[in-house]
Ligand binder design. Structure first.
Ligand code: RP5
Length: 160
């Protein structure tokens, strides 16, 4: 199946967080591709991947990176596809470094930045699905079912 969402991360060490995006997209049966591509360690691959993404049929790019997290911004510089950034919770600064370097883009090159860590990865997938759902009614229905099930689950919670 044609992958619609690219899930890119700066290092294999980001997988423990980014697998939440992978799992959410799989749960909604959205075809996607997961790759390790670094803005710093593989800069040419990063620019080529983003340049080719539209012609390859992708509609959204999710980019997770930590520390001096330039990956989402660099990918966004090479494509007009929506790019969603996920800041990793870095050991040194608990993800504040990742968050600020992902979110503080100059005007003109947007990156939609999500929360630090696994909640951000999960929400990046859900937001990708919401973007795809604008032209796919069956996905929109799945999102509505997901929200209803989530609400029911919370409403049923009991405390010790
Ligand atoms: C970033 O540097 C990666 O996204 C990762 O979060 C961080 C550390 O990478 P490793 O040294 O673990 O490969 O580029």
């Amino acid at each position: 199946m044609q992958p619609l969402v690219a899930v890119i991360m700066g290092s294999k060490s980001d997988w423990e967080t980014m697998r939440h995006a992978d799992e959410t997209l799989s749960k909604f049966e959205v075809a996607h591709e997961c790759r390790v591509i670094s803005a710093h360690r593989t800069p040419q691959l990063a620019s080529q991947y983003a340049t080719d993404a539209e012609s390859r049929g992708f509609e959204v790019i999710i980019a997770g990176a930590g520390g001096a997290a330039h990956l989402a911004g660099v990918l966004a510089a090479h494509t007009v596809l929506p790019v969603l950034g996920v800041p990793m919770e870095s050991p040194a600064l608990k993800g504040m470094d990742s968050l600020l370097s992902t979110v503080q883009m100059p005007g003109g090159i947007p990156v939609g930045t999500l929360a630090i860590g696994s909640a951000g990865a999960r929400n990046a997938a859900l937001l990708s699905i919401a973007i795809l759902a604008n032209s796919r009614p069956e996905l929109r229905e799945k999102l509505k079912r997901f929200r209803a099930e989530q609400a029911e689950k919370v409403a049923r919670e009991t405390l010790p």
